[in-house]
Design a protein around this ligand. Sequence first.
Ligand SMILES: *Cc1c(COP(=O)(O)O)cnc(C)c1O
Length: 414
Amino acid sequence: MKEALGDTTMSKLKTIEREKRFGAHNYKPLPVVLTRGEGPYVWDEDGNRYLDMMSAYSAVSHGHCHPKLVEALRQQAGTLNVVSRAFYSDKLAAFLERACELTNFDKALPMNTGAEAVETALKAARKWAYTVKGVPTDKAEIIACEGNFHGRTLAIISMSTEKQYRAGFGPFLPGIKIIPYGNAAELEKAITPNTAAFLVEPIKGEGGIIVPSAGYLKACAALCKKHNVLMICDEIQTGLGRTGKLLAFQHEGIKPDAIVLGKALGGGLLPVSLFLSRKEVMDVFTPGDHGSTFGGNPLAAAVGFAALNVLVEDKLVERAAKLGEYFQDALRSINSPLIKDVRGKGLLIGVEIDARVPAHDICLKLLKRGVLTKETHNTVIRFAPPLIVTEEQIDETVKALSEVLVEMNVGVAS
Ligand SMILES: *Cc1c(COP(=O)(O)O)cnc(C)c1O
């Protein structure tokens, strides 16, 4: 055994080996074992500090261990946690009311993960199609976009165009149509009298931080209205301030029929998701139609309520708008031939890297410099820090990236 392998390095290797031994290999994490988080920072077991530029795919928009959220969790955890929806609890109403108030939807249905909220949206859309729109039984169609990411359940991967997400998991759910993203004319072509809903991400997150051109969502909303089709925005990643507006569709001045929220709704502490819609859509659900044992439990409701309030009190939406611009400008000012594009909105930013350099290698080098992030789609590096990030922390990140790119560029040239 080499002297240099200290106790903590050994323990890190052991932790990783044990996880590999006892866990399914459905992820390939970067080789770092995190033990603690605070604000925009996380620490590994050697005490190294990292800036979290991933925020758990936007689930940690409030920062790690936000004191007000931890306090809300602590208080509720010692009071009442899970009762199921067989009974009322004193926390759910306030959470749903606050969510409706802030987002301007009539009603909300609580679930846990994002995928469950998307499933809820699909079920609502189908039942609305049959009971309100008058689509013949079992003929309802859902339109989704190429390169979408809405989660990992069987119904949802039936809408995916990502080969690996589907390979080996068929047969898939029928009643789905896929259209190219970013082209409203394609939506109109795909709509039939049986179309129940158009499900769309205002900005494609996992699909590579793809921002559609201005006016796209607006045109889609008009088409949905014209043809009596529900427009459902998946705001699980883009919502709750991430893009510099509370909801990303607000950049287009539209109002979809429904949205799904998740990730940051749990304040970085718990899985909390919501399907929100106008009354006429939500009212298709009757007792027994749909549910979840944990959905809307008092602990989740208390944390979700606090997460929404902190968003407003700490002005996180405004911060994301301002700092997002600052971050993107700084990234654009990096003078490297390896950067092909910097795109995004607010603090949801993708940097497209020259395909000759694996973005994964850049992430490994950033890790060594104390910046945590992960590539998406092999060529895009994601920068989506907690919305509480400061200009100094952004500067540090940009400096680390430009140094890594210089190193990598030397490699490419030789
Ligand atoms: C993460 C994500 C989901 C799925 O959320 P889970 O909590 O992982 O099930 C759905 N839609 C979008 C846009 C997402 O980014």
